[in-house]
Design a protein around this ligand. Structure first.
Ligand code: SF4
Length: 289
C-alpha cells in the first residue's frame, strides 16, 4: 500500500509522474535578465542564437516525438527572463509558440521583479485561453525584496495563474536552518508546483571565482539530501514537486561533482524518506506561526 496519497510508486513526495507527464519543448527567446544572479550561467546562452521560436520548436518536437511518440507539447520559455520585454514583443513570441502545431500549453519562466501590471494583464489573457504556468524564481526567503515577491505571487494567484516556485539550496551564506525556513514559509503559500535546485558552481560565474578563492563551499551530498527531505515535510502534499535535481551542463560544471549522478541523489532521497518514515507535508501546518 502506498503510504503517500499522491504516489503510485515508492515516492513519498508528489511527483509530476503521478500527475501525468508534461512534455516541455524548451525555448530560448533571447530575453535577458535585468541583472545577473551570481550563480547564473544563462548569460552566455542568451548571446547564442538558437534560431526563431518556430525553428527551436521544430527541433524540440522532433526530439520529444522520437522519445515519447506524438504527445501534446508545452512551449517552455526557459532561458533568461521571459517577461523582460515590451508586452507587444512578448505577445509576438508567445503567439508564435502557440501557433506551432502540437503546442497546447505555455510555461513561462521569469523573475518577480519583471512582472509589471501590463505583463500580468497579458499573462491573464493567455491564462484564459490556454493552460499557463509561470515559473517564478524565488530561491530563498532570506532576501531584501521578499515583500515584492509576495506581492507579485499574490497577483498571479488572484488571477488564477498556476505558479511553479523555484527554490535554491546551498546559496552562499545560507545554513540548513535558513533553507528549511524558506520551505516553511513557501509551504504556507500553497504553490501549485515547486522545483528545488542545488546551487552549482559553473565556469565563468561570479560564484566560481568565490569557489576558486575559497570563499564558497558547495553543499555536500549528505547535506543536500537531508535538507531536501526536511524541506519537503513543510510543503503541502498537494503541491507537485517538479524537480529535485538539476540538469547542469556537465561541460561547465565545476562543483559539486556528485550532482551529476541524478539517479543516486533521487534514490537516496527516497531511501531517507522511507527510513525516517516521513513524507511530503508531514509537518505542514498552514496556521502555525
Ligand atoms: S533570473 Fe535566472 S536566468 Fe536570470 S540571472 Fe538569475 S538565474 Fe540567471
Amino acid at each position: 500500500m502506498n503510504v503517500f496519497k499522491y504516489s503510485n510508486d515508492n515516492k513519498r513526495y508528489h511527483t509530476l509522474a503521478f500527475e501525468g507527464r508534461v512534455y516541455k519543448a524548451c525555448i530560448n527567446a533571447g530575453l535577458s535578465c535585468p541583472n545577473y544572479c551570481i550563480f547564473c550561467s544563462e548569460k552566455s546562452k542568451l548571446f547564442t542564437s538558437e534560431g526563431s521560436i518556430t525553428e527551436q520548436l521544430i527541433k524540440e518536437k522532433e526530439r520529444i516525438f522520437k522519445k515519447y511518440g506524438e504527445v501534446p507539447l508545452c512551449a517552455y520559455f526557459q532561458s533568461g527572463t521571459n517577461t523582460n520585454a515590451p508586452v507587444e514583443k512578448l505577445k509576438e513570441l508567445y503567439d508564435e509558440a502557440l501557433n506551432f502545431e502540437g503546442v497546447t500549453s505555455l510555461s513561462i519562466a521569469t523573475r518577480f521583479d519583471c512582472l509589471g501590471d501590463d505583463v500580468l494583464d497579458l499573462l491573464s489573457d493567455y491564462n484564459n485561453k490556454v493552460p499557463l504556468t509561470v515559473e517564478l524564481g524565488l530561491q530563498t526567503i532570506h532576501r531584501e525584496d521578499y515583500s515584492l515577491f509576495l506581492e507579485k505571487y499574490e497577483e498571479l494567484k488572484r488571477r488564477n495563474i498556476k505558479v511553479c516556485l523555484h527554490l535554491m539550496d546551498g546559496l552562499p551564506g545560507e545554513t540548513e536552518e535558513m533553507m528549511i525556513d524558506t520551505a516553511k514559509v513557501v509551504g504556507k503559500l500553497d504553490p501549485d508546483a515547486l522545483k528545488i535546485h542545488l546551487t552549482y558552481v559553473v565556469e565563468g560565474t561570479k560564484l566560481c571565482e568565490m569557489y576558486k578563492t575559497g570563499k564558497y563551499e558547495p553543499m555536500s551530498f549528505d547535506s543536500y539530501v537531508s535538507t531536501v527531505v526536511k524541506q519537503l515535510e513543510y510543503i503541502p502534499a498537494a503541491t507537485v514537486i517538479e524537480r529535485l535535481t538539476g540538469d547542469g551542463d556537465k561541460r561547465t560544471l565545476v562543483a559539486p561533482l556528485w550532482s551529476t549522478d541524478k539517479i543516486k541523489v533521487l534514490g537516496t532521497i527516497d531511501k531517507l524518506f522511507a527510513s525516517l518514515d516521513t513524507y511530503q507535508g508531514s509537518k505542514y501546518n498552514k496556521n502555525a506561526l
